[in-house]
Design a protein. Sequence first.
Length: 115
Amino acid sequence: QVQLVESGGGLVQAGGSLRLSCVASGGLFTSNIRGWYRQAPGSQRELVAGITVRGKTSYVESVKGRFTLSRDNAVNTVYLQMDILKPEDTAKYYCYGQQYARDYWGQGTQVTVSS
C-alpha cells in the first residue's frame, strides 16, 4: 500500500527554521513525490513547492528565497527546508505524490509560527 508520511512540523518563533520530511513507501517512486502543499484554517490548500521527475523545483512567490525543496532517492525522502518563517506560514503541510494517474497524499504535519 502506497504511503506518504510527513514529519518535522512544530511550533517555532518567527524567524526560525523547520525541516519537513516526506517518506514514500509501498512502491511509490521518490521521483513521483511532486511537492508540498499547505492549508491554513478557512483557506484553500495551496501548492508551496513543487519538484519535477527530473528534479526541477518551483516555489510560490511568498516562500521564494526562504524555502528549499530537495529529494534524496537513497532514503525515499523529500524535504522542505523552511527558513525565516513568518506567522503567515502557519498551516498544515501536506506531501503530494502522483503515480500511474493516481494521487497520493500524506496525513499532514502542523507548522505553527508565533510572532
